[in-house]
Write a protein that binds this ligand. Sequence first.
Ligand code: GDP
Ligand code: MG
Length: 243
Amino acid sequence: MSKNTSIILPVINETESLKKTIEILLNEIRKKIKEIIIIVDKITSKESLSIAESMISRYPEIIKLQWQKRKFLGGALQDAFEHCSGEYCVMMASDLETNPHDVKKLIETAEEGYDIVATSRWIQSNSFEGYSLIKLILNRIFQLFFRTLYRCNLTDLTYGFRIYRTQVFKEIKWEELRHPFLLESILKPIKLKRYKITEIPTTWKARIEGTSQNTFWRNFIYFRTGFKIIFLKNKNLIKPLRH
Ligand SMILES: Nc1nc2c(ncn2[C@@H]2O[C@H](COP(=O)(O)OP(=O)(O)O)[C@@H](O)[C@H]2O)c(=O)[nH]1
Ligand SMILES: [Mg+2]
């Protein structure tokens, strides 16, 4: 399959890492990419916007800039997915924490016939670089707990690095505007049991520029999201059909 994938890059304060992400993607999988959507907010830095603009003027036929209407990371991703025109879309970051070299494998695996391919930092040992020990322990407990609750075999439910058949995004009703959208966007498809989902190993490396938009304490809100979705009726997870 060629030129069938849209890639979403949310940007707040990334500069060199945004540039490098795009360069790696275009070097390795240009033939597969239909579009790269850079999604930005009012708070996106001037430096980031100027890098985005210079990349767009170099690759005007592939890269697009989109201003988010909804707030926060979840809102940005939901806005961006509505603009995807590829058959598949990739959710990732532009801070190089999500390894752009793994996008090739994500696309190849999706093409084997999956609706969603997630990545996991818990398949191979030593996949985290620069992650604090306390976060590592809490993350592991969280993953084990929610994979048992949702009776699924995925090992990394909170990592926002996945490929989706774009249709999946258009069908489901999304609610979370902040980072827990990264959890909602896998739990709702799992709960619906109508999609073919798998995962591949990946690595995580702490960013070397800019800062995260998430705080340590906000990570606990993921529990609320995880519990809330298990009690929702499946018919309430799907968007009503438009006539
Ligand atoms: N457009 C947009 N991008 C965001 C927002 N929040 C985070 N991002 C981007 O999404 C990616 C992941 O967010 P980050 O803050 O690094 O979260 P963390 O890796 O979970 O700590 C980064 O590339 C951010 O710049 C937002 O509100 N709007
Ligand atoms: Mg990050």
